[in-house]
Design a binder for this molecule. Structure first.
Ligand SMILES: CC(C)(COP(=O)(O)OP(=O)(O)OC[C@H]1O[C@@H](n2cnc3c(N)ncnc32)[C@H](O)[C@@H]1OP(=O)(O)O)[C@@H](O)C(=O)NCCC(=O)NCCS
Length: 174
């Protein structure tokens, strides 16, 4: 994976304290399904150790420091669900869009998934905007468990199919 301003690398145990600090922020945890709140070092350690063979997770780095994470969970050999978060100090600079675009390109062009899905909680307008910029279309709604809120939260679901021809283009997806 590559993109102009960001670099991507596997996550390992040394990232646990920084991930616990950044993703432990309530405004991040409450928008994700699995991050608890509070989010301890032990929790982050356990999450890193539990990343399975059906998952792909990359640290997102800017100027050599970890600012977030992107990844996917494989649903079957043809499709996967993507997810991402960016640390609060770096919000509003287009980093989630850039990182998620790089992930989508990797999923379609390198892994060759035919279909990607994603979703956001109903109160997550920023993620809704990112997903639309990625060219996903709304395919339904439902509810998903939110570990931080300890409740089910209404969720909007999206999907995008791999383009049939040529490289992915983004400029026309605003
Ligand atoms: C959602 C998140 C990844 C966005 O990160 P980011 O780097 O700030 O995103 P970007 O800068 O690439 O794009 C954000 C877009 O949302 C818009 N936006 C931000 N807050 C908004 C709000 N309250 N209402 C509407 N749009 C909003 C921005 O204006 C921007 O759109 P634009 O480029 O058209 O101006 C980040 O807020 C985050 O990590 N949140 C917590 C975890 C999370 O929600 N993960 C996704 C789970 S589905």
């Amino acid at each position: 994976m590559h993109s102009p301003r960001l670099t991507y690398r596997p996550i390992d145990a040394r990232d646990a304290s920084r991930i616990a600090m950044l993703a432990g922020d309530w405004d991040i945890a409450r928008m994700t399904a699995r991050i608890p709140h509070p989010y301890s070092l032990v929790d982050a350690d356990q999450w890193i150790a539990s990343i399975g063979s059906d998952e792909f997770v990359r640290a997102v780095e800017h100027n050599g420091e970890l600012i977030g994470a992107v990844g996917y969970i494989e649903r079957d050999s043809t499709q996967a669900e993507i997810g991402y978060w960016i640390g609060k100090p770096w919000w509003g600079h287009g980093f989630a869009t850039e990182a998620a675009q790089a992930l989508v390109r990797y999923c379609f062009e390198d892994v060759r998934f035919k279909r990607l899905t994603c979703g956001h909680f109903i109160d997550n307008a920023a993620s809704a905007r990112v997903i639309r910029k990625l060219g996903f279309r709304r395919v339904g709604s439902g509810s998903n468990w939110c570990e931080a809120r300890k409740s089910e939260v209404p969720t909007i679901k999206y999907a995008r199919r791999r383009p049939l021809l040529g490289r992915l283009r983004w400029s026309d997806r605003r």
